[in-house]
Design a protein around this ligand. Structure first.
Ligand code: NAD
Length: 424
């Protein structure tokens, strides 16, 4: 019998993600004039650790979970990136995602390399006690290779501030030292930063504002479509709504809602469940596929990979596509959209707000001095406006697509650092 896939599973194709990331990195390094050995270094993580985590479950039996941690490259500084809990987590996926974290950190100019981790488990079927066991066990298994100056985890798919708190506590016990800087995305009372929870959506919003300026679109009254109503998509829909844009469609794994006059976002936010599902409460829905092809000013994929492909790229009727999700547009589709003069803001730039505020959290932990929400927002805006314009100008000057431009900006710092260190 084939196991049923969870309704909102990530539906990932890790090999595709890794090989397409590697192909753009190769092109970016070529364009920057770096030798082949730079690509040899950048194409895979420098360290990949697999751990086995025994946890006594509520039924009294011990279950052994598999976890991974990839550290892509630490030439610039410690590696940094989320830990996801999901039944589909694979080693290849974690490797690819660690490379994306290097690119994001490079684009927003943080003193980090990329890292990523994951545990193969389904938190929706686990008790709080079991989740705590797996979280603490993961840190115990990795304690020698992670830490505030080595590799700093953060939340990702199906992990949250409570899980970060357990992990921080476990690390602090092992280290015999209170170590808030070991992990980011913590609750505020444990050294979390204001603005962290909504940071990804805030970053996407800033990119949308900048992209609108380039295309002469007034965000007030502009039509916006958001695919995905989870952490990233729901905050984003709210920010767009609050700024006077008209959110004409949203979706989740079950379907999509469409109203050309604009949806009642406050109501939908109120009714969504904790997994980001709301459309199942309505009869009058359309499919995700139909929604993506609606006429709009701004289209934001904020759900899963491979949503815009060569099969539907010709039918996308948006002026701007801003990728809040990781990997929603294939390389072939990127080419088609760019040829059709649709402005793409690629994932490694658009969703870099999360890691940026994670960096702010780590800085605050290291200095033991905490910033106000407005201070965080102001600094985030400064970073993202600069990064957006850096990528945009690179694309314009070199007459290349925004994804390749973002990769060029993203790999440069790491490669330069590796060169100065004498690694290549
Ligand atoms: P989430 O789990 O909170 O929400 C995911 C949403 O996508 C849910 O509404 C779900 O119903 C929907 N979805 C799932 N499968 C779908 C499908 N087949 N078609 C349409 N919708 C579907 O996840 P999130 O944290 O909001 O992340 C969404 C995307 O943004 C991911 O690609 C993630 O990697 C990326 N991202 C998130 C953050 C963050 O801080 N949350 C940071 C960087 C990147």
């Amino acid at each position: 019998m084939v196991a049923e896939k969870p309704a909102d599973s990530q539906n990932e194709q890790p090999n595709d993600i890794l090989s397409s990331t590697q192909s753009v990195i190769r092109e970016a390094l070529d364009k920057l004039g770096y030798p082949e050995e730079a690509y040899e270094l950048m194409k895979e993580p420098v360290r990949m650790v697999t751990v086995r985590i025994p946890v006594r479950m509520d039924d009294g039996k011990v279950k052994v979970f598999t976890g991974y941690r990839a550290q892509h490259n630490d030439a610039v500084g410690p590696t940094k990136g989320g830990v996801r809990f999901h039944p589909n987590v694979s080693e290849t996926e974690v490797r690819a995602l660690s490379i994306w974290m290097t690119l994001k950190s490079g684009i927003v100019d943080l003193p980090y390399g990329g890292g990523k981790g994951g545990i193969v488990c389904d938190p929706r079927e686990m008790s709080f006690r079991e989740l705590e066991g797996v979280s603490r066990g993961y840190v115990r298994a990795l304690s020698q290779v992670v830490g505030p100056t080595k590799d700093i985890p953060a939340p990702d798919v199906f992990t949250n501030s409570q899980i970060m708190a357990w992990m921080m506590d476990e690390y602090s016990r092992i280290d015999e030292f209170n170590s808030p800087g070991f992990i980011t995305g913590k609750p505020i009372v444990l050294g979390g930063s204001h603005g962290r929870e909504s940071a990804t959506a805030k970053g996407v919003t800033i990119c949308i504002e900048e992209a609108c300026k380039k295309r002469g679109i007034d965000l007030k009254g502009a039509r916006v479509i958001v695919q995905g109503f989870g952490n990233a998509g729901s905050f984003l829909a709210k920010f767009m709504h609050d700024m006077g844009a008209k959110v004409i469609a949203i979706s989740d794994a079950e379907g999509a809602l469409y109203d050309p006059e604009g949806l009642d976002i406050e109501y939908l936010l109120d009714r969504r469940d904790s997994f980001g599902t709301v459309t199942n409460l309505f009869d009058d829905t359309i499919t995700n596929e139909e929604m993506l092809e609606l006429e709009t000013d701004i289209l934001v994929p904020a759900a899963i990979e491979n949503q815009i492909t060569k099969d539907n790229a010709h039918n996308i009727k948006a002026e701007i596509v801003v990728e809040a999700a990781n990997g929603p547009t294939t390389l072939e589709a990127t080419k088609i959209l760019t040829e059709r003069d649709i402005l793409i803001v690629p994932d490694v730039l658009a969703s870099a707000g999360g890691v940026t505020v994670s960096y702010f959290e780590w800085v605050q932990n290291n200095q033991g001095y905490y910033w106000k929400e407005e201070e965080v927002q102001e600094k985030l805006r400064e970073v993202l406006v600069k990064s957006f314009n850096n990528v945009y100008t690179t694309a314009q000057n070199r007459q290349i697509d925004m994804r390749l431009a973002a990769y060029m900006v993203g790999v440069r710092k790491m490669t330069e650092a590796a060169r100065f260190r004498g690694w290549i």
